[in-house]
Each structure stands twice: as C-alpha cells, then as structure tokens.
Design a protein around this ligand. Structure first.
Ligand SMILES: *[C@@H]1O[C@H](CO)[C@@H](O)[C@H](O)[C@H]1NC(C)=O
Ligand SMILES: *[C@@H]1O[C@H](CO)[C@@H](O)[C@H](O)[C@H]1NC(C)=O
Ligand SMILES: *[C@@H]1O[C@H](CO)[C@@H](O)[C@H](O)[C@H]1NC(C)=O
Ligand SMILES: *[C@@H]1O[C@H](CO)[C@@H](O)[C@H](O)[C@H]1NC(C)=O
Ligand SMILES: *[C@@H]1O[C@H](CO)[C@@H](O)[C@H](O)[C@H]1NC(C)=O
Length: 354
C-alpha cells in the first residue's frame, strides 16, 4: 500500500506530539482513507481562538504559559507540515477588552512576541470576538476603517488579515473559499455592548454588521463555485437556530437571537446549519470558538460536513481541559481533513517562570 502524504504527515504529527506530550485526536475521516485514494495535499492551515492571555485575570501567569505552549506547538506543527498557507483565528484575540488602536502594546505582548515569525509568516484570517469589541473604536463607529483590527493589505503581516468585519477570500490554487462572519449581534450583543463607552451605538453597529454578514453569506451561497469552503465566526454551531434548545429557561448566556423575534433575524440565519451540512460541496468546514476548548463533542453535528469548537488557544483562565488548535489539510479536489492538536493540560497550567 502506498502511503500518501496525508497519512505520512499524520504519522509525523503524531510522533512529534508524542515526544512533546501532546496528542493528535482522531477525526471523522481517518488518514488512511485519504491515503488509500492516493490524494495529494494542496496545502494546510491551522485554527485557533480565544487566546490573548489576560494579566489581570485570576489565571494570569498560567494563561500566559498555556498560550505560549500552544504557540510553540503551532510552530513545530507548521515546520512539520511545511505547507501552511493561512491561520484561521476565530476571535477573542485580546483579553479582556481588545486593542485600542494599531499601536496598542498588546499587539506585541499578546501576539508578536508569543507566536514565532514562522507562525506569523502567513495571513491570519480573523474575526472579532465579543471581548475584542469592548475597547475597540469601531464598537462606537460605523466605519470599519476605524476598527483597530481591520487591515485590508494581505501582505501586511504586522496585523491580522481582516479587510472588513465580515469578508470572503477566494483561494483558487487551493480550490478553497474562506468565509468570515461577524455575528456578535445575534449571539452576544447584550453581553458585549454594555462594556463599551456607547452601548446603544454599539448595538446598532453590531446589528448592521450581522446583517452584512448574512448578506455576504447568501451572496456566496448563490455565487461561489469553490469545491471547498472554510467558514468561521466567533460562535460554535451549537449556538445557532436548529441547535440551541429555545425551550430552556433564559439564562444570561442564552444567545441574543433567542430573545429577538424571528422577524428581527437576518435572512439566511435560521437556515445556516442546513447550509453548513449541505453535501453538494466536496467539503465545508466550520469553526467557532467562544467556549474555551477544542473538540467536536460539544458542537452541533453538521454531517456529512465537519465543524469544530476551536476556542482553546490558551487564553482567558484556560477553563477547558482540551487546549490547543486544529490542523486542516486541504487535499486535491478540495476535500479537507481535520485533526486537533491538544497540549498536555498539566504542562499548560504550570505557572510561567518569570
Ligand atoms: C503531562 O505532563 C505531566 C507533567 O509534565 C506529566 O506528568 C504527564 O505524564 C503528562 N501527560 C501525558 C499524557 O503525557
Ligand atoms: C493606542 O492605545 C494605547 C493603549 O490604550 C494608548 O496608550 C495609546 O496612546 C494609543 N495610541 C494612539 C496613537 O492613539
Ligand atoms: C429542551 O428543553 C426543555 C426544557 O428544559 C426540555 O424539556 C426538552 O427535553 C429539551 N429538548 C431537547 C431536544 O433536548
Ligand atoms: C438588549 O438590551 C436592550 C437594552 O436593555 C434591550 O432593549 C434589548 O431588548 C436587549 N436585547 C436582547 C437581545 O437581549
Ligand atoms: C445545497 O447547495 C446547493 C449548491 O449551492 C444548492 O443548490 C442547494 O439548494 C443547497 N441545498 C440546501 C438544502 O440548502
């Protein structure tokens, strides 16, 4: 049996992880299936979320250590893979309040000094998480150009790549389209805007952005011919209509859309999970964070497609036991194979030696 590059890489990843004390989870599509079909890999990507440690939170030094451990393992995996084309960053990048501007020292402290130059040598496709909005000027301004995280120059690797709060990127060389949705309004508006200096204006701006997100999404559903979609927002699939049990008593963490009438939802929102499960493409992979763990156990199943909770980047209080990131391998024809790299939680929670 010929061992394809996919299976070979999987073995390398598993070996490297074993040496380092992390683990590679198994996935719905086993590496052998891919190898047996003799498919070749076109490129790969890594997915993280919820990472920028908070020096003021109770888990301060531990969180910093965990984020750094995840960052170091990302570096190693990137060296092994050798063809990582982009990073997917599902938001809550800077705890607890986001960045104030492009010269905010947190860009250095929580990003540039934590992730190696190699890990930052590819674009970081990013989306705002709820925390990212608290102190960001574009919570209070309609203009996306005022957003401290927005950067439309894909060659400017000093910042994330986020030409707008929602956007899409066609990658024909990878048979892939990346679709990025800012839906903070629908999920968490009243747990976000009260933390900004302008609660009402923030709510208006976030509403506009969520409607833009679904306008974009529906436009791509109608127009995109890419065999493979990589779709992400800050929120995991279990937060969406069709997955969340709306008969449960309302809690402070209940997604915002449950309190709104369905007439207030953007068109396309109630059908989102159906679209994510649509078998008509080779591959649709969805990622969301918000909950601080990496797994497929707690999300809503989008079979025959794939989705992950990928909010275990080692940030805020590291309250999930599975901290790490997801590796996506894009095979010829656009089929994507995913696996999680989970770091050793005991090592993760060691206090940083400073
Ligand atoms: C995790 O790390 C701890 C402390 O370094 C070690 O004792 C333990 O064996 C490791 N666990 C695994 C599964 O490697
Ligand atoms: C950017 O934000 C930082 C952190 O809040 C602040 O100290 C600095 O004055 C701001 N710089 C500019 C140019 O506004
Ligand atoms: C939804 O929640 C209600 C109220 O807690 C419960 O009775 C019902 O069994 C739940 N439905 C599902 C499908 O879990
Ligand atoms: C959010 O809070 C505002 C102000 O209290 C309220 O009018 C609105 O209904 C709330 N929205 C949701 C979705 O909870
Ligand atoms: C699945 O996607 C195809 C192609 O975009 C579309 O024509 C079809 O209506 C979709 N099916 C569902 C159930 O959404």
């Amino acid at each position: 049996m010929e061992v394809g590059k996919g299976a070979f890489c999987y073995l390398l990843l598993a070996l490297a992880c074993w040496l380092k004390g992390c683990s590679v989870s198994d996935t719905p599509s086993s590496p052998d299936t891919v190898a047996d079909q003799g498919e070749r890999r076109r490129g790969s990507f890594l997915v993280i979320g919820d990472w920028g440690w908070d020096p003021n939170a109770h888990g301060n030094l531990k969180s910093k250590h965990c984020q750094q451990l995840v960052a170091d393992v990302m570096h190693e995996q990137m060296e092994l893979l050798g063809d990582v084309k982009f990073i997917v960053n599902v938001g809550d990048s800077f705890y607890p309040d986001g960045v104030h501007n492009k010269s905010d020292p947190q860009w250095d402290e929580k990003w540039r000094q934590v992730y190696s130059p190699l890990v930052r040598s590819v674009p970081w496709y990013s989306v705002y998480g709820n925390h990212d909005y608290h102190a960001d000027p574009c919570a209070c301004s309609e203009d996306p150009a005022s957003c401290a995280q927005v950067n439309a120059d894909i060659n400017n690797l000093d910042f994330f790549y986020m030409p707008d709060t929602s956007f899409h990127q066609e990658l024909p060389e990878l048979d892939t389209e990346v679709i990025v949705l800012d839906i903070n309004y629908l999920m968490w508006v009243n747990q976000t805007c009260p933390h900004t200096p302008c609660p009402e204006q923030c709510s208006e701006n976030m509403k506009k952005r969520a409607f833009q997100a679904f306008e974009l999404f529906q436009e791509r559903v109608a127009r995109s011919t890419a065999p493979n979609w990589v779709v992400f927002s800050h929120y995991p699939t279990d937060y969406f209509p069709g997955a969340w049990n709306t008969s449960e008593p309302l809690q402070w963490w209940t997604p915002s859309w449950v309190r709104m009438g369905s007439s207030e939802w953007p068109s396309g929102f109630p059908e989102f999970l159906t679209a994510m499960s649509n078998a008509s493409r080779s591959s649709i992979t969805y990622f969301g964070g918000h909950r601080h763990n990496v797994d497929q156990r707690t999300v809503y199943n989008t079979t025959p497609q794939t989705n992950w909770l990928s909010g275990g980047g080692g940030g805020w209080s590291t309250d999930g036991d599975e901290q790490g990131f997801v590796v996506g391998e894009i095979m010829e024809g656009g089929k994507v194979r995913t696996s999680a790299i989970i770091v050793n939680i005991t090592d993760c929670l060691q206090e940083m030696v400073v």
